[in-house]
Design a protein around this ligand. Structure first.
Ligand code: PLP
Ligand code: COI
Length: 364
């Protein structure tokens, strides 16, 4: 059926929102993903009606039938983006159109209906506007989580005929709890994240469910994150559980694993590629093996490595641990190129630097 390009959102403000004092206490040290705002957006889809019933309403439990398809076959996708408070009291988003498009691509891979980009953007804008007091000051931000799941009451294995799209928001600080200058990563010997032909390039909940045992193994080995190798040869570095990865070499060049269907096409990754090239840095999108990583770290050819993503921003990687032992990158802390690129990215995101590529979307 023809897709509605925009919808009328019913506005049902929370009758008893969190008080300013309670909110201030929650925002003092929000951590990541535990403090939620007062409202949520919901939009329904039915194959006979298309997208309909758009609302902004008090955040709360969603009644579901125990036979809802998502609970059985995991037909679910999500996005992650941040709203920032600007110096003049406004709020901005970083490249939200890219999240809207990736959400559409994820939907196609999971046999779900495509949400029109204007609906995605309006839903996010409306939530940020109504919950503007929840955007933390300083280094914090409002992490926005749009998601969609199969909501048909039916146990047959087929694409659902009904879906619920929801947007919630969480006031956040840094993703990693560590005070260390760099994080450590564990190279998973047994588990892979995605195989060719699978769902690695889609942001679907199932990818994260499958990564948890590997992440738990990383934690057991004292590491902050897991790094996955490719599923075919088990030697090419792909990405971390929830972040892309970059390498910096002694000649000033950089590399990052190429997108080939098994890696999430990160918006931070794409932005850093552009920013690095703007600075005249040569960046290759090329395969890099774990053996080469180890050899280059030992020889000094590899100077820095960092993880990047919406939640992690740019986070230096200092130590790589595997079944065969561990190696350090550079001095085990952050590096100059990592810090330079992080500053360039964060400067644009927070409105402290010029925005030559038009990445900033003003909410209000
Ligand atoms: N890779 C994975 C598996 C992720 O979950 C994320 C986070 O969204 C990223 C990479 C980075 O993507 P982005 O920069 O769009 O947040
Ligand atoms: C994000 O960066 O938005 C993610 O989804 C990563 C997740 C580890 C929180």
């Amino acid at each position: 059926m023809a897709q509605t390009q925009s919808l009328q959102f019913a506005e049902l403000p929370h009758p008893a929102p969190v008080t300013a004092e309670q909110r201030a206490a929650l925002l003092r040290n929000p951590g990541f993903g535990r403090v939620f705002t007062d409202h949520m957006v919901t939009v329904r889809y039915h194959e006979s009606q298309g997208w309909h019933d758009a609302k902004i309403e008090p955040r709360g439990p969603i009644p579901m039938d125990p036979a809802a398809a998502v609970l059985h076959y995991a037909q679910e996708i999500f996005e992650g983006l941040k709203a920032y408070r600007t110096a003049n009291g406004g709020a901005t988003l970083f490249r939200p159109e890219e999240n809207a498009r990736r959400f559409q691509q994820s939907a196609e891979r999971l046999a779900m209906p495509v949400l029109p980009e204007p609906v995605f953007l309006e839903a996010v804008d409306k939530l940020v506007s109504i919950d503007r007091d929840w955007i933390p000051d300083g280094d914090g931000s409002l992490y926005i989580r749009p998601f969609m799941f199969a909501n048909e009451t039916f146990l047959g294995v087929k694409p659902s005929s009904e879906y619920l799209f929801i947007v919630i928001a969480s006031s956040v600080g840094a993703y990693f709890k560590t005070d260390a200058p760099a994080v450590s990563v564990w190279v998973s010997p047994d588990y892979t994240r995605a195989a060719p032909g699978g769902t690695g390039a889609a942001k679907c909940g199932g990818n994260y469910a499958a990564s948890l045992v590997a992440q738990a193994e990383a934690t057991k080995h004292g590491c902050d994150q897991v790094v996955f190798l490719d599923a075919v040869e088990r030697r090419w570095i792909e990405e971390l559980g929830g972040m892309n990865i970059f390498f910096v070499f002694d000649d000033g060049s950089m590399s990052t694993p190429p997108l080939g269907g098994t890696i999430l096409p990160g918006i931070t990754r794409a932005s850093l590629l552009t920013l690095a090239r703007d600075k005249g840095v040569s960046v290759r999108e090329e395969r890099y093996s774990i053996q080469q990583w180890k050899a280059d770290a030992a020889s000094g050819r590899l100077r820095e490595a960092f993880a990047c993503g919406t939640a992690a921003v740019v986070t230096p990687i200092g130590t790589v641990r595997s079944q065969d032992g561990e190696f350090r990158i550079g001095n085990g802390g952050s590096g100059a190129k990592t810090e330079e690129l992080k500053a360039a990215l964060v400067g644009i995101q927070r409105g402290q630097a010029a925005d030559p590529h038009g990445w900033i979307h003003k909410v209000f």
